[in-house]
Design a protein around this ligand. Structure first.
Ligand code: AMP
Ligand code: ZN
Length: 301
């Protein structure tokens, strides 16, 4: 097989694009997809400071790598969830990456902010670990961005993540989730940072190839709590469809974004106020994060 660009021996075949690339041309293809995502959704400019949420995995470190090379003004944010060895190792990967590229990394520790690490939050709330964890991550990403005066938070969600989330929302007809499924969410309140996903056009296999070719050292293990999660089951269903019909995931997600999402996007969303306790945005009086940390502190007292 030959590279579509230069005709040299191909290193990677992308069936979904009916193309193959040599290593250098694949890296350029990858960067072009990120540039296209940023341009199409006006995610951020070179004048803006971008907070890149890094988990230590391949996607978010690949994203940070591209944004640094493109000359964006980035700061990394690692959230230490306190999930045993998984957190110890993923934090070390982020620190090593930041040191090697001489870029700033901020670390925020969930146990300090909520009063307990994710495994204890799971016990106290008697709900799946991912629910308190997801809530804490979204809250802390936004708060750190505000504290540092950064207008936008970028995450490493890829095409597979986005297609699987959409699939889950459709399976359960989560009507409030559908309009929020987007590569870019505007800041609808002065105390909200914009949220963007510059890798939404790239598959998990492509981000893995990019990380490998760029010799990025990332944590390969998944979070131990993610084992058996429905999101993984949804990914497997979509993987099987993709095997039989390359481009299935792409068509599912991009078709939604282009044709269906505008229908679901309501002109006026819910009204947002500032939390009476912490000042961050909520649709109620006290935000879900403050309620969670109350619950954790009460249980530990
Ligand atoms: P996940 O929900 O684990 O698939 O992660 C999706 C994205 O959220 C990642 O690509 C990161 O950008 C961000 N993220 C996940 N975990 C962390 C973490 N511990 N610290 C900072 N960002 C994270
Ligand atoms: Zn609050």
């Amino acid at each position: 097989m030959k590279c579509r660009k230069c005709g040299a021996a191909a290193a990677l075949e992308l069936r979904r694009h009916n193309a193959a690339f040599c290593a250098p041309d694949f890296l350029e293809f990858f960067r072009n997809q990120v540039r296209e995502a940023i341009r199409r959704y006006r995610m951020f400019t070179r004048e803006e400071r971008v907070l890149v949420a890094v988990s230590g995995g391949k996607d978010s470190l690949a994203l940070w790598d591209v944004l640094i090379d493109e000359g964006y003004d980035t700061t990394g944010l690692y959230l230490d969830l306190g999930i045993f060895d998984y957190s110890v190792e993923s934090k070390a990967k982020c620190q090593a990456f930041a040191a090697r590229r001489s870029v700033p990394l901020v670390i925020s520790t969930v146990a300090d902010e909520v009063g307990a690490p994710v495994p204890v939050i799971k016990q106290v709330t008697r709900r799946p670990a991912c629910s308190g964890c997801g809530l804490s991550k979204r809250y802390l990403m936004n708060r750190v961005a505000l504290d540092l005066g950064m207008p936008v938070v970028a995450t490493g969600h890829n095409l597979d993540d986005e297609a699987a989330t959409l699939f889950g929302s459709v399976m359960h007809w989560q009507m409030e989730a559908l309009p929020r499924q987007s590569p870019a969410l505007a800041a609808t309140h002065p105390r909200l940072a914009r949220r963007v996903k510059p890798l939404y056009r790239l598959s998990e296999r492509e981000t893995a190839a990019y990380a490998f070719l760029r010799r990025i050292d990332y944590i390969v293990e998944e979070c131990p709590f993610a084992v058996g999660a429905t999101s993984i089951a949804h990914k497997q269903v979509l993987d099987r469809m993709e095997d039989g019909a390359p481009g299935a995931k792409h068509n599912f997600l991009f078709g939604f974004l282009e044709k269906a999402r505008p229908v679901f996007e309501r002109a006026e969303g819910v009204e947002l106020h500032e939390c009476a306790r912490c000042g961050q945005v909520t649709s109620g009086t006290v935000c879900a994060f403050c309620k969670l940390s109350d619950q954790v502190k009460r249980a530990r007292a």
